[in-house]
Design a binder for this molecule. Structure first.
Ligand code: MSP
Length: 671
């Protein structure tokens, strides 16, 4: 089946323009932390989305290797600057970005020879046009930010950006005549509402321009680690002027081939909010002076914080992304970075919130959906995806319709750079599929041969939804989509976002069950009963005090995986198992997994709170015989004292209470 283009809002023809995306180039002054990974993973998701969307993508990231700060760090490490940056830039490429799956097309280093050439070429051009002149600079310099400040801009004598001490500088310098572009720059921002995003950053920049724009000192004589001013080698070019030009170098500026015309201007430039000013005032003015078009969008995202503090090496709170990947896997980290914080806002990093995302979103919602679906196809359809039938009930049309709506929502969100929103859309589909399993209870349909077609429809819908989820998740996660597809019997990787069209399975494909996508983590302390976005909680989460062996086994594990320790008969005899009859069953209002049961054990009625609500309607349990552990110490669950528990078997999302095959007197011992 092939959808028409209007239906899917996709493009029929690839535009000639290469979709050009950049991240800031990072200072290789120390190894990068999770804040840098945040920007780069976001850019990678955008690049992967656009490739799947059919664009030719140029995705550039790299390192900003010159300047006083790097020279100082190299001296501290007793190394030559080049030797020092080679080590860190190498590490950033591999293992850091390689491990995180960053699919850049070029890793640019400002020490690359083509970049040095282009910077000198631009410098000369601007000299020739009269936009660069020689003078004397007298003012202040913030070393950590590599930024010049005039006296009037300092706050309490310190850097207005970072609050750190500044040093007095007086030297001969080349200047970039930015002041004369002030009005033009302001008009450009006003007439191009998409140029600076989000809008709050745009307003900040307009206010900044209103304060007046001074010419910028763009060379230093007190330093040798940098690109020389052409024809005046005493001077090295200011590190920010050098660094911003990387975006021209990587696009092929001034090369004799046509590449530059196809690439220029950048479609999206991602930057942290602290460097929006460099990218929306200095950088566009360089381009204006060169008569080049300006970037379409510069997006200033927020910071990852720990408490109220930006994560940074100098603040001593850096978190190593590689350690996290080692502990939790690359997709868990990518998912967290992309999903947790709405792109644009500041967001807090905590390991607890990371673990929660893994347990709730990845292990529970996504992992269980795959494991339940493949288990049911195995059990009820001999391991083959049933053929597509046309559904006769409205409920069976819900997933196909929602899949289309979600596809369009994801596409729209990604074009607006709303990455977290795009993922939330995909989760609407995942959660709806989980609910659909409960609503349609395939294990009940399987009991009645007359309902075979309905059962096939349900299983087909679930397999197709998972296939679509594997397509939709492809820009964000790099291992999971393949794992999902392998279990669904698909061998080809996702090649186009348009594969997210409902109805691609033919029927008869052989599924191949595999391991749990994301093994559930033990709950960290202090995070019991987590809830976000109204998602379903794991049995352990909804009843944390419940002993493990019990009221519901963890859904994602298959029974055969459990390893158990041998016990002697005396130990088994310590467990007092009895037959009981359920007399009443009620839902527990604030707990969507729990039922409150009244069970008669031959002597008295006991209250037992059980996490089986997803599997049984309260009314269908009344009168049913069960096996209960009668000598279990009572525990309080959601404020209700639970006096014992029921035996149940569970595998792959299917749970069944254990019941005697013939009615027995209540209180009968089970041995
Ligand atoms: N070298 C300059 C950029 C030159 S671009 C022509 C620079 N480098 S940096 O190493 O300090 O990294 C800057 C970028 O890293 C930020 O703009 C931001 O994208 C990212 N981040 C660093 N710490 C961060 C957080 N705590 N949170 C989010 N992003 C962070 O500035």
């Amino acid at each position: 089946m092939v959808a028409n283009d209007d239906q899917w809002g996709s493009k029929t023809q690839k535009s000639k323009k290469t979709w050009y995306l950049t991240t800031p180039i990072y200072y290789p002054s120390a190894n990068l932390h999770i804040g840098h990974a945040y920007t780069t993973v976001a850019a990678d998701a955008l690049a992967r989305f656009h490739r799947l969307y059919g664009d030719d993508v140029l995705f550039v990231t790299g390192t900003d290797e010159h300047g006083q700060k790097i020279a100082q760090k190299a001296a501290e490490a007793n190394k030559e600057p080049k030797e020092f940056v080679d080590g860190i830039a190498g590490f950033i490429q591999d293992p850091l970005w390689k491990t995180l799956g960053i699919s850049y097309d070029r890793f640019i280093r400002t020490t690359d020879s083509d970049h040095i050439e282009i910077v000198q070429h631009v410098f000369k051009q601007l000299m020739d046009r009269g936009d660069i002149y020689k003078g004397t600079y007298e003012g202040w310099y913030c070393l950590p930010d590599e930024t010049f400040w005039t006296e009037s801009k300092l706050v309490d004598g310190k850097c207005p950006d970072c609050g750190r001490p500044v040093e007095r500088v007086r030297q001969e310098s080349y200047f970039f005549a930015m002041g004369r572009y002030q009005q033009r720059m302001k008009e450009y921002i006003l007439t191009h509402p998409d140029f600076i995003q989000p809008p709050s950053r745009r307003n900040e920049m307009l206010s900044f321009l209103d304060l007046g724009l001074e010419d910028l000192s763009i060379s230093r004589t007190s330093l040798s680690w940098g690109i020389r001013v052409p024809g005046d080698p005493q001077h090295v070019i200011y590190v920010w002027f050098d660094a911003l030009i990387n975006y021209l170098t990587a696009a092929g500026y001034a090369l004799a081939n046509k590449k530059f015309e196809e690439v220029w201007p950048p479609n999206v430039q991602l930057v942290g909010k602290e460097i929006v000013r460099f990218h929306t005032i200095i950088w566009p003015i360089i381009l204006m002076a060169l008569d080049l078009p300006l970037p379409e969008r510069v997006f200033g995202h927020g910071w990852l914080l720990i408490g109220d503090t930006k994560i940074s090496k100098s603040r001593g709170n850096a978190v190593d992304p590689l350690e996290l990947v080692e502990k939790y896997g690359v997709d868990a980290i990518r998912y967290y970075l992309l999903r947790e914080v709405p792109f644009g806002a500041d967001g807090n990093y905590t390991e607890e919130s990371l673990r929660l995302r893994i347990n709730v979103d990845l292990a529970n919602d996504l992992g269980n959906l795959l494991s339940r679906t493949t288990a049911m196809i195995n059990r009820f359809a001999n391991g083959r995806i049933p053929p597509l039938t046309s559904p006769s009930r409205d409920i069976d049309r819900m997933l196909p319709n929602l899949a289309q709506e979600v596809y369009q929502g994801v596409e729209k969100a990604m074009h607006q750079l709303l990455i977290s929103d795009a993922i939330q859309q995909i989760y609407r589909l995942i959660r709806a599929a989980n609910k659909y399993i409960e609503d349609r209870s395939p294990w009940k349909l399987a009991k009645d041969a007359a309902l075979r077609t309905e059962l096939d429809t349900v299983l087909y819908n679930l397999a197709e939804t998972l296939r679509i989820v594997s397509v939709l998740l492809s820009p964000f996660l790099i291992e999971t989509p393949e794992k999902i597809r392998k279990q669904l019997g698909l061998t080809e990787p996702v090649r186009s976002y348009r594969e997210a069209i409902f109805g691609q399975f033919q029927g008869g494909e052989k599924i191949e069950r595999g391991e749990a996508l994301f093994p559930r983590l033990e709950n960290p302390k202090g995070t019991e009963n987590p809830k976000s976005d109204g998602e379903r909680l794991s049995p352990e989460q909804s009843a944390p005090a419940t002993p493990k062996i019990s009221q519901e086994a963890p859904e994602s594990k298959s029974g055969s995986e459990e390893t158990t320790q041998e016990i002697g008969i005396e130990e088994f005899q310590k467990i007092d198992l009895r037959v009981g009859t359920i007399r009443h069953a009620d839902v527990v209002p604030s707990a969507d997994r729990l039922l409150k049961l009244t069970v008669f054990d031959g002597h008295r009625e006991r209250t037992i709170v059980s996490g089986i609500r997803a599997h049984y309607e309260a009314h269908e349990l009344v009168g049913q015989q069960v096996i209960l552990v009668a000598n279990l110490k009572p525990v309080k669950l959601r404020g209700i004292m639970s006096e014992g528990m029921l035996l149940a078997g569970s595998q792959d999302g299917i749970l069944s209470l254990i019941t005697p095959s013939a009615t027995l007197p209540e209180g009968a011992r089970v041995k």
